[in-house]
Design a protein around this ligand. Structure first.
Ligand code: PA5
Length: 447
């Protein structure tokens, strides 16, 4: 069993009666997901549910071939995308390889993520890092119209064409987008770029196990067969209908029980810095899926023990509106033994012969007991190790838990209408045709 849900620290916060009471709502949520029972809450984006089994095998082979080509002919891969179109890939590379992957990559392409901001500093830096090396671009946008990646793509396409000429540049551009709609698809068809598809029934933040995530992940040398195998195992494991037999539903139920008891913030916690981007992926998944209609736990994240020295005080004694969901790993990726020191000037000889992973484990144990005493409910998700297989399992676990949790909450977990507001204002302020009136109104407000 790669992933286990450990609820032993929840005794004083969630009772068996609470779980029994919410069970019919979990069953209703499951019905929404599998039987499309509720149109009002959205039933269009359920394609990710069976993806680990039903993914397009022909495209999967093309992804592997493209990744092999990139690994052979490029010193850098520029991945252009925002939100669900980059977080999963970046999380996977850091989780399985390292957050220092680019520094450690010797004979492998470095992977740069741009188009997830409009910062001239960030984009300018990556442009100059690519100027003198062979590089390829993977531009990813389901809608094919998102402003941030569109701007970045224009800049990197120009650099590629200056370096290689239009024709050879086209051979270094990989486009992941909708199968027929959007500006990016039209551009790819016109220029003859190799394209990969974001399937219809899969929304951005649920798309990591499609070409959206798989191409950059494979280009960074991560085993995508193992990733999909882990996700497939997860799909099978969390297919059980009953709450008591399904840890994924239990996690979704517990979050909602705690939310109803006044908890407003869920912090995803890890003791591994390589989990940092996984925290970001989780935050987008749950934040965009649940934060609507004036509802939803606010997803936050910390890396311990690092953040025990910044956020630890608040968690222990601040307002009691927090939940911690801790992801632990049975095995570290590597380990270091602390040796005895003849002088013992630092007083650390009591740790001689111990490994760092042992000390990290004790930090976790001490912290979880302290935070539980401080009235912070702690849920623990135990994972075997930080490899591709376990990550596939974890991705699917969170996706399914999020969908069920959102339906229990009474929202549509697959839309994000609120994201449009800033876009409209930004277009108006930039003078995009069609937004003139709003532009005037906003400029008056800004003074
Ligand atoms: O989950 C979502 O749908 C969003 O976060 C999108 O992934 C994000 O806005 C990027 O959209 P697109 O892939 O259309 O450029």
């Amino acid at each position: 069993m790669a992933i286990r849900l450990n609820c032993r620290y929840l005794d004083r916060f969630v009772s068996e009666e609470d779980l029994k009471a919410i069970a019919p709502e979990v069953d209703r949520a499951r019905g929404f997901l599998y039987e499309n029972r509720d149109k009002a809450l959205g039933n269009k984006y359920h394609g990710w549910l069976t993806l680990p089994r039903d993914y397009d095998k022909e495209e999967f082979s093309r992804i592997k071939a493209a990744a092999a080509k990139i690994r052979k002919d490029s010193k850098a891969l520029v991945v252009i995308g925002i939100g669900g179109s980059y977080l999963g890939a970046r999380a996977a590379i850091e989780f399985v390889r390292s957050k220092n992957y680019n520094l450690l990559a010797k004979d492998e392409p470095r992977v740069y993520f741009v188009g997830n901001s409009i910062s001239p500093t960030e984009i300018g830096e990556v442009l100059s890092l690519c100027r003198d090396v062979d590089f390829s671009v993977n531009v990813i946008s389901k809608s094919g119209t998102t402003t941030e990646p569109s701007i970045a793509f224009r800049l990197f396409k120009k650099l590629l064409e200056e370096k290689y000429g239009k024709k050879d540049a086209a051979g270094r551009i990989y486009v992941t987008t909708d199968k027929e709609r959007g500006t990016l698809k039209a551009l790819a068809d016109a220029q003859g770029y190799q394209t990969f598809v974001v399937p219809d029934g899969v929304g951005g933040r649920y798309s990591v196990l499609t070409a959206v995530g798989l191409l950059p992940i494979a280009a960074a040398g991560v085993d995508i067969d193992a990733l999909m195998a882990g996700a497939a195992a997860s799909m099978e494991k969390y297919a059980a209908h009953a709450l008591e037999d399904n840890d994924c539903y239990r996690y979704a139920a517990i979050r909602n029980i705690l939310y109803r008891k006044g908890k407003k913030i869920e912090m995803l916690v890890s003791y591994e810095p390589d989990h940092t981007l996984m925290n970001e992926w989780f935050k987008q998944l749950f934040g965009e899926s649940e934060g609507k209609d004036g509802k939803g736990l606010f997803p936050a994240s910390v890396i311990y023990s690092t953040d025990l020295h910044s956020m630890g005080q608040y968690v222990q004694q601040g307002e009691r509106h927090l939940i911690e969901t801790v992801v632990t790993f049975d095995e570290p990726k590597s380990d270091i033994v602390i040796e005895a020191d003849a002088d013992n000037a630092d007083g650390l000889n009591f740790l001689a012969g111990k490994t760092l992973s042992y000390v990290n484990r004790k930090a976790f144990e001490g912290t979880i007991l302290a935070h539980t005493d401080g009235n912070v409910p702690n849920i623990v998700i135990e994972v075997e190790k930080m490899d591709a297989y376990n990550l596939g399992e974890l991705f699917y676990f969170f996706e399914k838990a999020c969908a069920v949790s959102g339906y229990i909450l009474g929202v549509n977990p697959f839309d994000q209408p609120g994201v449009e507001s800033y876009k409209k204002n930004m277009f108006a302020l930039l003078g995009k045709p069609g937004y003139e009136e709003l532009g005037e109104e906003l400029r008056a407000r800004l003074g």
